[in-house]
Design a binder for this molecule. Structure first.
Ligand SMILES: Cc1cc2nc3c(=O)[nH]c(=O)nc-3n(C[C@H](O)[C@H](O)[C@H](O)COP(=O)(O)OP(=O)(O)OC[C@H]3O[C@@H](n4cnc5c(N)ncnc54)[C@H](O)[C@@H]3O)c2cc1C
Length: 502
């Protein structure tokens, strides 16, 4: 077992996906900005700081979303929302390279991340910051008086003063048969490698009907001749890409902080109804059954109608709501929090699925041509070792398939995350993931205060951000964290000195 330690102050980022690259790029940017304005590096002498990124995959950068090689797997959000330092940085990068901004392969975004990573490493080196990329899986993190001891699968222990958790979410296994997957049980991570095996299949089932399911269906439609069935409990699909007008919350806002759960729910209902009626009938608020309840229980037919006609989408509400939600939620009593998690949370999850996606448009064309079908009402998934087939159980029927692509998505409960569940020093969020301070991305400690030595980015901040599955949000979080980390360096009396750049 080896121990790594030195006099240098160390920041360790666990997980080397797009959030980690964005953090590094923003740190490099802010650092060189500071150095220019005060003619010295805010990070002190050469070797004064080390930033270490520990990633278990073969390289830092693409993470889970952009590791695909095939041109058939394309980005599902607009390029001009995906920049890691500014929103437009990626679309400017494409323009410089004369690449049209239509359907953009994921691998191109990985290339952009790689360039930004290399640039950030070089830029930080000029400020005396050494960046170290380590390939290993972090298995455990222990907190001690002077910082963190980070243990990997290679029996190394890395010491760190500051910790950034950026390990993404973990995939769920909603049915028992998927917890011990056979090799015919695929995910988006290994679908490309399995493509040659699938070529001659007559039917391939994709379990799930949201973002990753659409990606899988589009990929399979180009690489196989099989009929593709998207199957899930509810069968709801994401929205097509409309042109939503800017929507400002009309009912819920920050001045409503001391709301009770009931008051909050009433205002949220009203907000959703305003959004639903907007902009065609801004003054008409539909009456009737609770929208929140109906969101969770809509049938596929209703969902698909909704997906086609929605122009605004609830995304705007959720985007505006997110910063308010935490402040309101924090004031609920423990009983109210539980009630919220039981009643409102499933609907909010469904709202999250209402993000308009570029690729949904292409999926709807495949549905129209009956190349893809959607089946709601999955009750169970079984595997027969005798036949080597999976069976999807519906109320009154079964569907057999040799291969199944599990795209049921990430699970957000920290207790279900292979790493987070082992960390006693973080406070979990009832809505999912780790509780963070939304302004600095610092993890909330046992006393309810933002911890200046521990940050969390990406999917594991789900409980406070609700929408975390977008580069736009991940980059915004990374920018906030970089600013907070730098601020701490500048004011930390224990920072390595001298402060002049070497
Ligand atoms: C399939 C897919 C497609 C997506 N497409 C889009 C899109 O088109 N547009 C968009 O805006 N957003 C998209 N997203 C959302 C995406 O999650 C964010 O845009 C962003 O990439 C998240 O980056 P991240 O670094 O937070 O997480 P991740 O990309 O999940 O990276 C986390 C990294 O941590 C590593 N890791 C995990 N645990 C450990 C450990 N214990 N030790 C060491 N390393 C570890 C993983 O290997 C991984 O590389 C997509 C997400 C997925 C899953």
């Amino acid at each position: 077992m080896s121990a790594h330690n030195s006099d240098a102050k160390n920041i360790t980022v666990v997980g080397g996906g797009a959030s980690a690259v964005s953090l590094l790029a923003n740190l490099a940017d802010l650092t060189s900005g500071q150095a220019e304005s005060c003619q010295r590096s805010p990070l002190g002498k050469a070797g004064g700081y080390t930033v270490r990124i520990i990633e278990m995959a073969h390289c830092v950068g693409p993470g889970r979303a952009y590791r695909h090689r095939s041109d058939e797997l394309s980005l599902n959000t607009d390029a001009d929302t995906m920049g890691i330092r500014s929103k437009q940085e990626f679309s400017n990068w494409l323009r410089e390279k004369n690449i049209a901004q239509g359907s953009i392969p994921r691998s191109l975004f990985a290339q952009y991340l790689r360039q930004k990573l290399e640039h950030a490493i070089a830029q930080l080196a000029l400020s005396g910051v050494h960046v170290e990329l380590v390939r290993a899986e972090v298995r455990d993190i222990e907190r001690h008086l002077a910082g963190y001891a980070i243990r990997t699968d290679r029996q190394e222990i890395f010491q760190s003063d500051l910790l950034v958790l950026a390990s993404g979410g973990s995939y769920g296994t909603p049915y028992e048969s998927l917890s011990h997957p056979q090799e015919q049980c695929l995910t988006l991570d290994n679908l490309e490698d399995a493509a040659p095996l699938l070529q001659n299949e007559a039917e391939i089932v994709v379990l799930g009907t949201s973002q990753s399911a659409i990606d899988a269906a589009l990929f399979l439609s180009r690489t196989t001749s099989a009929r593709i069935t998207l199957a899930s409990r509810w069968g709801g699909l994401p929205l097509t890409k409309g042109k939503p007008k800017a929507y400002i919350n009309q009912r819920l806002n920050a001045t409503h902080c001391p709301l009770t759960l009931q008051e909050f729910m009433r205002l949220l209902e009203e907000e959703l109804q305003c959004a639903e009626a907007y902009p065609s009938q801004p003054h008409h608020i539909p009456r009737g059954a609770s929208l929140l309840t109906s969101i969770s229980s809509r049938s596929f037919n209703e969902s698909i109608q909704e997906a086609r006609i929605f122009r605004l989408g609830w995304q705007a509400v959720m985007n505006n709501l997110t910063p308010q939600l935490q402040a309101i939620y924090e004031r609920f009593t423990p009983e109210e929090k539980l009630q919220f998690a039981d009643t409102c949370l499933p609907s909010l999850r469904r709202l999250r699925g209402a993000i308009p996606l570029q690729n949904a448009e292409r999926l709807f064309r495949l549905l129209d041509h009956q190349r893809v079908r959607v089946l709601p009402g999955v009750r169970d998934v079984r595997y027969s070792a005798r036949t080597g087939y999976y069976s999807l159980v519906f109320d009154a029927s079964m569907l057999e398939s040799k291969f199944i692509v599990n795209t049921t998505g990430l699970v957000y409960k920290a207790q279900a995350h292979p790493l987070l569940k082992r960390l006693p020093f973080i406070r979990t969020n009832l809505l999912g993931g780790v509780s963070v301070d939304v302004h600095t991305m610092r993890v909330i400690d046992g006393l309810g205060k933002p911890d200046p030595t521990c940050y969390c980015l990406g999917a594991n901040t789900y409980g406070d951000f609700i929408i975390t599955n977008s580069m736009e949000i991940c980059a915004r979080q990374a920018r906030s964290a970089a600013a907070s980390i730098l601020q701490m360096f500048l004011t930390d009396p224990l920072s390595p000195s001298p402060r002049a750049a070497s």
